[in-house]
Design a binder for this molecule. Sequence first.
Ligand code: B12
Ligand code: SF4
Ligand code: SF4
Length: 373
Amino acid sequence: MKGDADRAGGDPVDVTRMVLETCRNLEFTLSGICDASPSSHADEVRAWISAGRHGSMEWMERRLEERLDPGVYLPGAASMIVVADRYHDGRRDRIDSNGPVRGRIARYARGRDYHKVLKGRLVKLARALSADHPAATFRPCVDTAPILEREHAMRAGLGLVGKNTLLIEPGHGSWLLLGAVVSTLRLEPTPSRHPGGDPCGTCTRCIDACPTDAITPFSVDANRCIAYTTIEHRGDIAPDLAASTGDWLFGCDVCQEVCPHSVRKKRRLPLSIHSDYAPRRDGLGLLEVLGWDDAARNTTLEGTAARRATLWMWKRNALVCAGNALLRSPGRSDAEALRARIEAIAEDSQENAAVRRTAASVLKRLVDSGEAT
Ligand code: B12
Ligand code: SF4
Ligand code: SF4
């Protein structure tokens, strides 16, 4: 690394080449560089927050100025190295209609926690760069830092933002997780590999398929998004949204699954993923989740991003999925066991209040639809 930097001689073009080579050695699927200029969509972001589209994620309000301008997040910021890892291994979900009722987990949370997988390698990148450029600052961030990762990824040439608001790389689809290093070092921006700016044209598949109507072009109302209601929202799930949640136990992939860029056509989508993302499971049995205590939850989810939801949230989500399964196929072989478990939870005074409320609300839906007797 030291030798590379010496050869680079401080010329931004040479240093950029060396940075991208290091990214390749660290096995990021995609990498690129943009300058650390403020968001071009600050008005839209402010309007999104003002309209309350962020729901109860008040952390998005608190550091808004940093989110809109990397120069506020890191004073003197000049460049951003943006990276992406592909995490979909190309396999379809196994659906066993005769097996015990299951709920699906969004793909990003099926393998090792991407925060750790990406951050570990971004820290290595930042350390290597720091050794060569001790006067500069390098700040690695993944997801939780107040950075508009998709906008910067687009500007760094990694792909294009679609109507579902996700970064799409034609060829990989949107099955990409993002991270960045914000730096005071001046680097040469990389050009877009997909000039033109719009990956969607007249397509509206994600908008039409979203089960909760959460998408308007280039904007998602988090309040309605299943990824928010099942992962971020620490309250009851409104009955109309619960009914549209289907079998999504943690997160949702519908707006990616239907996207023509993400659908695997004639084996053209590349399948190689970092081994850390190898899925451990595509879903979980609902009766199993409803029987969890903290220890069982921790053991099952250890090392994955699915730990973001607490035990009571998992049970709330499992109850919602159980209600939907019973409404969808009331004659299933485990229907009686499921119904009995929901009733027991609704009456269990030791159970978390929100979990009990969800059980009662699911039972009401079943009664209203004439399915429970
Ligand atoms: C908050 C958040 C959420 C929220 C809100 C989602 C959202 N769309 O903003 C919730 C909980 C709902 C969520 C869900 C998911 N998330 Co999320 N989330 C974030 C987080 C932490 C912040 C995003 C943010 O700032 N939103 C604020 C709003 C205002 O941003 P925005 O809608 O993009 O605003 C832009 C548009 O308004 C745009 N704009 C307006 N008009 C136009 C017009 C054009 C042409 C363009 C290009 C842009 C544009 O300008 C704004 C600035 O860029 C990021 C990580 C990060 N630090 O960036 C991950 C992130 C976006 N999430 C990610 C993932 C994987 C998901 C899920 C797929 C998880 C799942 N399977 O369940 C779903 C996808 C749902 C969806 N379609 O968005 C990935 C996306 C990777 C990718 N390929 O794009 C990220 C980048 C995390 C990561 N590090 O990889 N997420
Ligand atoms: S993740 Fe699901 S609920 Fe959220 S916007 Fe996409 S399709 Fe809609
Ligand atoms: S489904 Fe269609 S409209 Fe939605 S992001 Fe993909 S290409 Fe764009």
